[in-house]
Design a protein around this ligand. Structure first.
Ligand SMILES: NC(=O)C1=CN([C@@H]2O[C@H](COP(=O)(O)OP(=O)(O)OC[C@H]3O[C@@H](n4cnc5c(N)ncnc54)[C@H](OP(=O)(O)O)[C@@H]3O)[C@@H](O)[C@H]2O)[C@@H](O)CC1
Ligand SMILES: [K+]
Length: 495
């Protein structure tokens, strides 16, 4: 039996529908029966529990009505054999089980295993979720949702088999009272819905167990997305030739900082410098000039009030970052329409208020990277945050299509979508940080574009470096990380 598992995740990402469609063929090509596959899945989880918790721990397995429950009965049977005190609490009547799941239930009973109803959770140390896996197709029904609310509130270690119940492995939608796992062991291939948004946090630590059929599976169908990893992101960083000078490393123009919003402009422009741009200019409200320049003499800061003044600056730059602290007043509108209407090709990063203004007058764009958080994405799509979070994958694709742009949808497991590519970011989230993190991200992406990295790769490397910097700059779980704390880490990562 192969019980290999790891937190090193593969880069190839699939939909649960692809798993449903091709896993049987992959198993067949690997000479493995479906029953053996279920046995491998359950044994892997049992092995994982043995590796992490000794047999004095009391375990309860919650079972459902499909094959996920079959995995759960294998876990329970194997742990009992290893001396654990294990019970199964069926949340769907066991007589409805079919096929291999029914067989695994029979084996559990025959081995002396016991089912309980309405268990007292405080008696157990570990709860194993074998209710729903990739077969979840609607919200959790009342009795199951009620049980999971209690499980989530209890002081227990929660381990999900394949998918935390209540998480939609396709859309990343998290239904009410979904199982809040400390660890999730997922099988055969990575499912997109576990990697982004709230679903990502709902999985806790994600472990991948290929069950020794992943290669055959990869031959059956093509991945729908790519999970970026450290090595590939580091390879895509711009390389600066030793003999080069400032004019070979791009010129970013940051159009930012309405009245009273100098900080956002400074964060974005300093981030562009710290990410290796040769020259960085800032076009801002005249009252901000001194504040932005203070302590960062490398920035060329211009107070701008007219389209002509901005056009003169656009001529010198090769990339424009527009939006941080821009506001939505007449001045801001004029700045955005001048940038979007500029006749020569300039790569552009649109962030913050540039996105809010764009949402008021949607249009197809050229050479743009958009970096919305879910609320800005909702405005751009005339939708709601709930709808965006209920299907981050479809929404980022819709944005990329409607605006003809590369779109980076922020949040845990940031998504980056261009016409032909979907990438999921794997580095940390900055949920505990203060404001200004987005400004830094737009500056980093602008810098990468200015140094010749493609729009899609700039957004991917930017998201990765930004997330990793947030992770490294703060100790785990600590609040109070400042956006400017990222600068030294970004420099070290990009340099
Ligand atoms: N194929 C294999 O042999 C292998 C499979 N493996 C394992 O199997 C898992 C997939 O199994 P699965 O396809 O049976 O789906 P699963 O998630 O167990 O549940 C489906 C059942 O739930 C029901 N249902 C759905 N949503 C519901 C809701 N909200 N509320 C109430 N009911 C709901 C649905 O009912 P229906 O829609 O038919 O009414 C159906 O009865 C996979 O994740 C992995 O763990 C591994 O062992 C490897 C080998
Ligand atoms: K599960």
């Amino acid at each position: 039996m192969d019980s290999h598992y790891s937190t090193n995740l593969p880069q190839l990402v699939f939909t649960p529908q692809q798993l449903q469609q091709y896993e049987a063929a992959a198993a067949k090509h690997s000479g493995v029966s479906m029953q053996e596959l279920m046995h491998r899945a359950g044994s892997t989880v049992a092995h994982w529990i043995q590796q992490h918790y000794d047999e004095k721990k009391r375990v309860i397995v919650l079972s459902g009505g499909g094959n996920n429950a079959g995995d759960g009965f294998v876990v329970a049977t194997e742990l009992r054999q290893q001396g654990y005190d294990v019970k199964v609490w069926p949340l769907v009547a066991v007589h409805t089980l079919k096929g291999d799941a029914a067989t695994m239930y029979e084996r559990f009973k025959q081995s002396g295993g016991e089912c309980v109803q309405d268990a007292s959770l405080h008696h157990y140390h570990i709860v194993v979720d074998a209710i729903f896996g990739i077969g979840l197709n609607r919200a959790l029904p009342e009795p199951i949702a009620d049980v999971l609310a209690k499980v989530n509130a209890a002081k227990v270690m929660r381990i999900a088999i394949d998918v935390p119940s209540g998480v939609d492995a396709h859309s990343a939608q998290v239904h009410n009272n979904a199982f809040n796992a400390h660890h999730t062991l997922t099988f055969i291939a990575l499912k997109q819905g576990l990697l982004s948004g709230r679903a990502k946090t709902q999985c806790g630590h994600l472990w991948f167990a290929p069950l020794a059929i992943e290669q055959a599976f990869y031959r059956q169908c093509s991945a729908v997305a790519c999970l970026n990893d450290h090595a590939s992101m580091m390879r895509k960083r711009p390389v600066r030739d030793q003999g080069s000078h400032k004019n070979n490393a791009g010129h970013v123009l940051v159009v930012a900082g309405g009245l009273g919003m100098a900080g956002a402009a400074r964060l974005a422009s300093e981030a562009a410098l710290r990410t290796g741009t040769g020259l960085v200019s800032v076009a801002t409200h005249p009252d901000n000039v001194q504040t932005i320049s203070q302590g960062c003499y490398e920035l060329m800061v211009h107070g701008v009030t007219t389209a002509q003044q901005l056009t003169a600056l656009l001529e010198k730059a090769n990339v424009v970052v527009i939006g941080p602290g821009l506001g939505q007043c007449q001045w801001a509108q004029q700045m955005l329409s001048t940038v979007l209407g500029y006749e020569h090709k300039r790569l552009k990063v649109l962030d913050a208020d540039a996105l809010n203004l764009l949402a008021q007058h949607p249009q197809r764009l050229t050479d743009c990277v958009l970096t919305p958080h879910p609320k800005e994405a909702a405005r751009l799509l005339q939708s709601s945050v709930t709808e965006v979070e209920a299907n981050r994958f479809a929404k980022v694709q819709e944005l990329a299509r409607s605006y003809q742009a590369t779109v980076l949808l922020k949040g845990p497991g940031t998504l980056i979508c261009s016409a032909d590519k979907l990438t999921i970011n794997s580095s940390g989230s900055n949920a505990l940080a203060s404001g200004g993190m987005g400004d830094v991200l737009s500056g980093i992406i602008g810098a990468l574009l200015a140094q010749g990295v493609s729009p899609h790769d700039s957004a991917c490397v930017g998201a990765y470096v930004h997330g990793l910097a947030a992770q490294q700059a703060s100790s785990e779980g600590s609040k109070g990380l400042l956006a400017s704390d990222l600068f030294p880490v970004v420099r070290a990562l990009i340099g």
